[in-house]
Design a protein around this ligand. Structure first.
Ligand code: PMP
Length: 426
């Protein structure tokens, strides 16, 4: 259908004021005015089911987080060059969740900044330059991180020290071989980086491979990679911006599903439930020389209110048992999608863990050929039914279902009912 005159006007205004680099979601964009829990509301009061936002991870405008942030904002909001208990208490709470060898945590304002800092630290520690990533990775929007975020599109040039390996495509590769194959690719890229005199500073990966197309299984693919990276003297950075804070339903941190012990862990997005707060946690060996040679200051990173938000979210995930909810509810969504896929050949694969689920659309040619058009039509069809999701992967043919962790049984029913209805009409 055609866009309303008001929407056309709003889109024109956006383009005029914000310029050409921003993108809206959906053919019929949604104008949002407020949100609560798993629901978002437009100006006319229509309610949308949010099955996409992993930032509002404990639910939009969670009352406890809002109260904790508000109270701290009324008390003190300043930076990390004063002694404050809050930041130490939070660090002491979160650090034991990573396991050895992680012992320190440094705060930034965004996931991009966290990855930027982690790679700077890795370059300093190793004296090398190379960064190895998966094929369609996204790690950030800074000058450095956009150079290893190929999913940004052709406008984002790969950095000269950046090498790519395959994503663990469990739908097309032999699951028993993926770990070995990825490790062999990493070894080849390290040899190439060494031949050029750059060497490897770090391997960095999102353990749910979100922008690659969501690959949650098998969970043994990162182990062999970590061994090869370590043997070459590189650091392993686990980018937990998407996979962290219980989203996998399985472990608090996605890398723990793979049984590996990274040198650094970066996190962001859900950490403050929308308040900007992100961090890099690291092993002492990784930060030692950087700390000796460089001082670190980030005006807003780790400020009193950011820490209050992070502490509050951390408490809510624990007290409301949201990781357990993600496991139970996520399994229910996955089962529902598998039942739909059994009846509908257009859905070639259903995968994911906890509340991070993908459903891949393929053509009827038997060749697992990506079907982007159908996935896009389903995303837009669901939006017309006021259920919000998106699509991911190089071909954007995989539905990306990633709701707040407070998703309920009734929400699953609504999502699946609307999806089934959408599939009938597409
Ligand atoms: N890493 C991953 C895996 C991400 O998904 C993102 C954000 N989409 C980032 C890093 C960057 O985080 P931010 O947008 O907070 O800079």
């Amino acid at each position: 259908g055609r866009l309303s005159p008001q929407m056309q006007d709003a889109i024109r205004r956006r383009q005029a004021l914000l310029g050409p680099a921003y993108r809206l979601m959906y053919a019929n964009p949604v104008e949002i005015q407020r949100a609560s829990g798993v629901h978002m509301y437009d100006a006319a009061g229509n309610e949308y089911l949010d099955a996409y936002n992993n930032v509002a991870s404990v639910g939009h405008c969670h009352p406890r987080v809002v109260a904790d942030v508000h109270r701290q904002m009324q008390t003190l909001c300043t930076h990390t060059r004063y002694v404050q208990d809050g930041i130490l208490d939070f660090a002491a709470d979160i650090l034991p969740t990573f396991g050895a060898p992680i012992e320190h945590i440094m705060f930034t304002c965004s996931g991009s900044e966290a990855n930027d800092l982690a790679v700077r630290i890795a370059k300093h520690h190793t004296g090398k330059n190379g960064v190895i990533i998966t094929s369609e990775a996204y790690h950030g929007n800074s000058e450095l991180t956009s150079g290893f975020s190929p999913s940004l599109g052709r406008g984002s040039r790969l950095g000269v020290f950046v090498r790519r390996i395959s994503a663990p495509d469990s739908y097309r590769m032999d699951p028993a071989e993926i770990g070995r194959q990825l490790a062999a690719e990493v070894a080849r890229e390290i040899a190439e980086l060494e031949r050029r005199g750059d060497g490897i500073a770090a391997f960095i990966a999102d353990s749910l491979f979100s922008s690659d197309g969501i690959y949650s299984h098998p969970v043994d693919v990162l182990g062999p990679v970590a061994e090869v990276v370590r043997a070459a003297g590189g650091l392993f950075i686990a980018d937990e911006v998407q996979a962290g804070f219980g989203r996998s339903g399985d472990r608090l941190w996605g890398y723990q599903r793979h049984g590996i012990a990274p040198d650094m862990v970066t996190m962001g997005k859900p950490m403050g439930n929308g308040y900007p707060v992100a961090a890099v946690a690291m092993a002492p060996h990784a930060i030692r020389s950087f700390g000796a040679d460089t001082r670190y200051f980030n005006t807003y990173g780790g400020n009193s209110v950011a820490i209050a938000a992070a502490q509050s979210v951390f408490n809510v995930i624990r007290d409301e048992k949201l990781m357990e909810n993600a496991a139970r509810i996520g399994a229910k969504i996955k089962d529902g999608l598998k039942a739909l896929a059994a009846k509908d050949g257009r859905i070639g694969d259903v995968r994911g863990t906890g509340l991070y689920i993908g459903a891949e659309f393929v053509k009827a040619d038997g060749g697992k050929t990506p079907d982007s058009a159908t996935a896009l039509a389903v995303v837009d069809g669901l939006r017309q039914r006021r259920v919000l999701i998106s699509a991911t992967g190089y071909h954007a043919n995989t539905l990306k279902i990633r709701p707040p962790l407070v998703f309920s049984d009734a929400d699953v029913d609504r999502l699946l009912t609307q999806l089934e209805d959408t599939l009938r009409s597409v």
